[in-house]
Every structure is written in structure tokens, then in C-alpha cells.
Design a protein around this ligand. Structure first.
Ligand SMILES: [Zn+2]
Ligand SMILES: [Zn+2]
Length: 472
């Protein structure tokens, strides 16, 4: 016998591979275990962790998914392969986007297997992806779902991505005070395409333990410089070709909409064609165009494609590469490492009349990072070929889907009764810097960072103890 408590533990040391495990212990000695996200490790130094599941998937009562990004969902089929067969709760929007994402993730796994052989054997197969689909349980925002005898969940809108949510978990047991847990997932307070409903007052008044991301926990919104429009317009109007590597979901559509506004304001001639390359980017664009209500897209943004827009496929790519006229090409992947960017970057990097504009975060092992950090005129290796860097190259964080430090603090301040704040999903430095700010700027009773095999035990009143042990 004991008090009602919950043990929380994360398996991701930094940004990718997001997965949090919660083990609830009831006074009668019974336990319920569940997970929040189960993502793929994409940072090169952590990819070996993809093969490991440090708990028994069969013991999980259910899974919760915050959003469709691969670093939050990419290992769900592996969990299913290893015995998980319960419901996976997610929003209706994420439900539409998760299958293309998982299929793409499976494709990348197979490509890595071909490239590296046994060492990088794909951790699941297509059948596991299909079985994962059968477990998906789409739910509405702000609807209370009883997922277990003692556990209720509710999804809230989140500006990070189409379909993204923050999740409230309420654990009740007769004769005990409730434990309330709140998972921000990746968080943004706004989105270009939809209005983010504010959290209801009854939620922000709950005594609560919050698990919050910190990707840009050490960056301020005012640090962001808006350069994409200026750079793009001046280059395109000078007759240059622009390559803009984008993430397939969010950034790709934002870029297209931005170009449409330049056209409608007369700043960009509609004679200059705008292209999108990348199968997943194209699939996602169509899902969004077909389901504006599910994604709550603003009325005037539902038709976000610019004029003179074309999709690039394997047939048209050759003609486009030969064409000398100015054009704007949005291409996946966002960091330049995968997708058609592997064709466009070596083609245009040597050209003086080209501009390459990365539109988001570049991790240290990415092609984009390498390009950004190579001095002008020097060479970069692409599949063994030495390619000189002559094009203008930029990177902007103005389209980031992650809230900066000030917006993260603002979210925390909304909660009037913070029992504990646990920081995750950031580089080690960002997590530490942000934790210090949370202590300084908010009235959280306790602030923690997930570290190694550390787990936090919390109850209704917040932090109970920190245990350095294997998850049990
Ligand atoms: Zn994300
Ligand atoms: Zn993430």
C-alpha cells in the first residue's frame, strides 16, 4: 500500500527520439504504464538508440501522440513489432498525417539498410506500419476521453504543426487527490495557417506537473532576423534561381503561401514559376488542401498555392535542371540531406546566379550545416563528387515551429498552480539554460531536467523524489 504516484522518465537525451514513459502506481499496488510519443532518433550520435526499447511494450496500457513528426512517431511501428497492441490516441489531423510520415520513415530506414548493410538493418517492416495504423484512435480537441479505469486524457490545440496537440492526463483514485500531468510536445504559441485556441482557465488552474520542450529555450524571439523575403525577392528579380530546402509539412506550405503573397502584392512577377519537389511534401500539401476543416485552416488561406505553381516529379526534373530562367524551388528535405534536395543542391551550389536558402534548423550532421559552414569557393562532397560553393547561401530561423524562450515562459506563467516543471527536448545546453530561466522567472515549486536513467516520482503535490534506476 502507498500513495498514488506517477514515475516519469524520458528516453531521449536531446532533441530527436522523443519518448516519455509514465508508470502510475495506485494505492492498491497496481500499476498502469503508458507512453507519450515514440520517435526516431535522427541525430547521428544517437541513431544506435533506435534499436533499443528499454521496457516491455506489452505492458503499456495505451500510447499518446502529440504530433506527426517522425522524431515523435517514427518508432511506433517498432513498438508494435515488439508486442504493443493497444490504442494509440492522436488528434484527427495527426491521424491524417501520420501514415504518410511513417511510410516515408520506413523508406528512409530501407535506404539506410541498403547503404550500410546489416549494421543499419531496418527496425521494422511495412507490415508493422500497417498494424500500427489499426491501433490509431483519432479524437477531437478538448474532449475528455476515459482511456483507463483511472485515467482521462484531453488534447489541446498547439501551433507547432498541423494537427499538433498538447495533452492533459488526469489520474484519479478514490480517496486520493488527482495527479494532473501536462505534456506540451513540441510547442508553438501561434501558427500561420490556423488560430490556436487558448488553454481553458480550468486547465491553467489545476495543480499540475508540466513536461515542456526547450528546443529554443535559450533563444529570444527578438533574436530572429527576417531575411527570407528580402533575399528571395532581390535574387529572383535579378534573374537568379532559388533553392529553398523545406520540411515536407508546415514549412513547405508556409513557403508556398509566402510566395503567393509576394505575387498578390506585386513584388514578384507571376511569370517566375514556383515549384515544389518531394513526394511527402506533395502528399501533405494535398491532404491539407482537401481537409481544411480538420486542420482549422483560416478561410483566406485555404487556397495557399501561388500562381504559376508546379509540382516536380521524376519526369519533369531533367527539363527543370536545364532551364536557365529564374525560378523558386521548394524542395525536401529541410536539412538538405534527403529527398530531391540531393539533386538540386549539387546542381546549383556551383552556380554564381543561384541562391540557396535554408528555411529552418540545421543539425550538425546535416548537408545543410556543412554547406552553411563551408567558406565561399571551397568544395563540398556529394556522393564522392567535389562541388564548389559559389552560390549565395543563407539560413533563417524566422519560420521556426518552436516557441522561443519568452513564449515558453509565457506558457508556463499561464499555469497558476505549477507543482513541477520538467524540461526536455532541447540540446543539453538549451535544456540547462532554459531550466535556469524557469527557476528565475516563474513560481514553479520544483524544476527538473530528464537525465540519463533518472526518473521523477510525482504525486498530487508535485515532486516526491528523483530515482536513479532502470525504469520498472
Ligand atoms: Zn515537431
Ligand atoms: Zn520534436
Amino acid at each position: 500500500m502507498g500513495n498514488l504516484h506517477a514515475d516519469l522518465m524520458a528516453f531521449h537525451p536531446e532533441v530527436t527520439g522523443s519518448s516519455i514513459l509514465v508508470s502510475v502506481r495506485y494505492p492498491n499496488g497496481k500499476r498502469t504504464k503508458f507512453g507519450v510519443d515514440f520517435g526516431m532518433f535522427q541525430e547521428e550520435k544517437y541513431t544506435s538508440l533506435n534499436k533499443k526499447i528499454p521496457f516491455n511494450p506489452e505492458e503499456l496500457a495505451f500510447m499518446l501522440v502529440t504530433h506527426s513528426h517522425i522524431d515523435h512517431t517514427g518508432r511506433l511501428p517498432f513498438l508494435v513489432k515488439k508486442g504493443f497492441n493497444k490504442k494509440i490516441y492522436l488528434t484527427k489531423g495527426t491521424n491524417l498525417l501520420i501514415m504518410p510520415a511513417l511510410k516515408d520513415s520506413y523508406k528512409i530506414l530501407r535506404e539506410r539498410e541498403k547503404l550500410f548493410g546489416k549494421k543499419e538493418k531496418a527496425i521494422y517492416n511495412y507490415d508493422d506500419v500497417r498494424r500500427t495504423k489499426e491501433l490509431l484512435e483519432p479524437v477531437d480537441f478538448e474532449r475528455s476521453i476515459q482511456v483507463d479505469e483511472h485515467i482521462k486524457i484531453m488534447f489541446f490545440m498547439n501551433g507547432h504543426l498541423f494537427g499538433a496537440a498538447m495533452i492533459l492526463v488526469r489520474i484519479s483514485y478514490e480517496g486520493e487527490e488527482d495527479i494532473n500531468l501536462f505534456f506540451t510536445g513540441d510547442y508553438n504559441d501561434h501558427n500561420t495557417f490556423f488560430k490556436v485556441d487558448p488553454l481553458p482557465k480550468w486547465v491553467t488552474r489545476l495543480p499540475i506537473t508540466i513536461v515542456i520542450e526547450s528546443t529554443y529555450g535559450n533563444m529570444k524571439s527578438s533574436d530572429v532576423e527576417k531575411i527570407f523575403k528580402k533575399n528571395s525577392l532581390s535574387s529572383l528579380n535579378q534573374g537568379k534561381t532559388e533553392i529553398a530546402p523545406v520540411f515536407s509539412l508546415g514549412r513547405a506550405q508556409e513557403g508556398l503561401y509566402e510566395a503567393k503573397t509576394w505575387q498578390s502584392e506585386g513584388e514578384l512577377s507571376t511569370d517566375i514559376p514556383i515549384y515544389l519537389a518531394g513526394k511527402l511534401a506533395y502528399k501533405n500539401t494535398n491532404i491539407l488542401l482537401r481537409n481544411p476543416d480538420i486542420f482549422r485552416i483560416k478561410k483566406d488561406m485555404r487556397d495557399f498555392l501561388p500562381e504559376n505553381f508546379h509540382y516536380i516529379d521524376s519526369n519533369s526534373i531533367k527539363t527543370i535542371l536545364l532551364d536557365k530562367n529564374p525560378k523558386l524551388i521548394f524542395t525536401s528535405s529541410g536539412m538538405g540531406t534527403n529527398g530531391p534536395a540531393q539533386v538540386f543542391l549539387p546542381e546549383y551550389l556551383p552556380k554564381k546566379n543561384a541562391i540557396i536558402h535554408f528555411m529552418g534548423y540545421l543539425s550538425e550532421n546535416s548537408k545543410g550545416y556543412q554547406i552553411m559552414n563551408t567558406p565561399d569557393g571551397e568544395c563540398i562532397k556529394f556522393n564522392g563528387r567535389m562541388i564548389p560553393k559559389n552560390a549565395e547561401v543563407y539560413c533563417t530561423s524566422e519560420y521556426s515551429a518552436h516557441a522561443k524562450q519568452d513564449a515558453l515562459i509565457k506558457l508556463l506563467k499561464k499555469f497558476e498552480n505549477k507543482r513541477m516543471v520538467i524540461i526536455n527536448h532541447g540540446s543539453t545546453q538549451a535544456q540547462c539554460d532554459f531550466a535556469a530561466e524557469v527557476v528565475k522567472q516563474t513560481d514553479s515549486k520544483e524544476v527538473g531536467i530528464f537525465e540519463g536513467k533518472n526518473l521523477f516520482r510525482v504525486n498530487h503535490w508535485g515532486f516526491e523524489k528523483s530515482i536513479n534506476t532502470h525504469f520498472q
